[in-house]
Design a protein around this ligand. Sequence first.
Ligand SMILES: Nc1ncnc2c1ncn2[C@@H]1O[C@H](COP(=O)(O)OP(=O)(O)OP(=O)(O)O)[C@@H](O)[C@H]1O
Length: 613
Amino acid sequence: MNTKRLIKAVAGTRRYIALAVGMQVLALLVNIGMIFVLADFVQALLAGRVRLGPVVLAVAGAFLVRALSQYVQTWASYRSSMAVKQRLRLALFDKAYSYGVAYSGYISPGELVQIGVEGVEQLDNYYGRFLPQLIYSLLAPVILFVALVQLNVQVALVFVAFIPIIPLAIFLVQKLAQRVMTNYWGSFIGLADRFLDNVQGLVTLKLYGADEARNEAMNKEAEAFRLATMRVLRMQLSNIGVMDLVAYGGAALGTFMAIFALSQGALSAAGCLAFILLGADFFLPLRQLGAFFHVAMNGLAAVDRLFKVLDRPAAAEAALEPAPAGLALEVDGVDYGYTADVPVLKDIHLKVRPHELVALVGPSGCGKSTLAGLLCGEYEPNRGIIRYGFGAGENRAAVLAKRIGRIDAQPWLFNESVRANLQMADPTVSEAKMWQVLEKVRLADRLRAAEGLDTVICEGGGNFSGGQRQRLAIARLLLKEADLYIFDEATSNVDAASEAVIMEVIKDLCRQATVVMITHRLQLTLEADQVVFMTKGRIEEQGTAEALLAQEGAFAKMYTEQRQLETYGSGRAQTRERVGAPIPPVTPQLADAADSPAEAWGYYGQLQRQGVM
Ligand SMILES: Nc1ncnc2c1ncn2[C@@H]1O[C@H](COP(=O)(O)OP(=O)(O)OP(=O)(O)O)[C@@H](O)[C@H]1O
């Protein structure tokens, strides 16, 4: 049960809760003392004796002690709820981090934000108010009973008899409330998820004129959330009414019994007054508990969700296996599907040597990005294994996050300075190193013309062009100094100049690391040491671009078709007659040496190996 788990979570904050309860008990004892003195004063007054001194002293003393106790109580409640909130938030984010880059597959970002912020905030009431009040409301009736039973047993028993009705009412409401609160939180998180999605896609919604329809749909969801909130409030208010009836009804009956005992001579006037004045204190702690309970229920429902997240299975924790000697990476018989019934990758075998540039290509949807995700540890193979040259490690997700650098077509730049964005990769990086990578991606001049490293990147990188954004993200990637870099369509949205810069960086990177490059631009595979051509989740062809083109299979066909389109698009109509044959980059050497495209490819390969091209 979550309540038990929550109480366990307060282990480190028990002293604050004990202090808060201790202060409440002290205030009660002082109150009892004051009322007894007051009752004696009235009794003496009735007997014609006036002794004002003790009364004034008792009232002043009680006032001071109660003020002090209230202050300490508030402080202790604050400290205990702060400590618990911090602990639960850390647990939640540790859980999310433990999934590494795959976290959103386990916890949606909307859920993480709602539970981590609003949900945990709600626990304030549970720890800061409800828990101390729960303990106090169990102690207070016992203390009062012990104090009042000496005056009259029957009347004291009447007060006590009413006490269990309030917790019973609370228990019944808890049963009822659970469903209402679960609905409330379900509706809240659903709305938050949708809101985040719509805000992120606002430009798209505007472009398609779909914002009004979305607005309507959100309004409907917001209305459902309002109704869920109203149900919660209705339940809370009606329950407070029931508890008031029991509390004040009990106090009234106790008072009636005390007066009756006085009339029968079974109770002194002072005793009767003490019963009347302290009667409310029998019920008020429980009544207060009931009021806190409703607010705490909100926190409990949030915590239900929090524990559900914390209980989600940990990311598969297989130790990293080292790749065989001489290999930077080995994918051995890997199968993968996002769902059990739809296989996406089938029997993938791949060997990559250190410092190799591997081009992963194939038609859209063939599984290239999925394979990249598997290499990064974003997903786990259903079958087979991936071995890394950087060997074994304790925490697979953490090792992979540290040793692999990945970039896709739309990397995220933060709305901060260029410096802050670059420092994300290495907080200790020197200015000189930052400028060095910026030079490498040809952004140094552009930034010097602005405010250098302090140039602020607007939201979504709006003050940079698409190619510049991509190059800036690549500069950040370079600072990461990983062992394996994955470029997933990193050049797909950029101009030719940026593409050339990025390719230069990639080739340069191969001196220090291994690079897997996913691309649709088959022309770029000419730069790769190994081309892996995939179709429908399988590796269909594998080898150098030159060898694959020479074998005139599926890769060569796709390459040729793409080149045709490119040359057609650039108006080079004269090359159209060469349709059907692979077209290597035209250079003076090739133009002179080759009579046919196939022959040109042979020469191209030779020249590349000799370092001429
Ligand atoms: N998160 C996901 N959940 C379920 N199916 C997915 C998911 N991501 C991709 N797929 C499916 O897996 C298959 C392979 O997708 P993947 O993105 O790996 O292909 P790709 O070769 O990278 O495609 P593209 O070149 O268009 O980016 C596709 O059929 C795709 O619909």
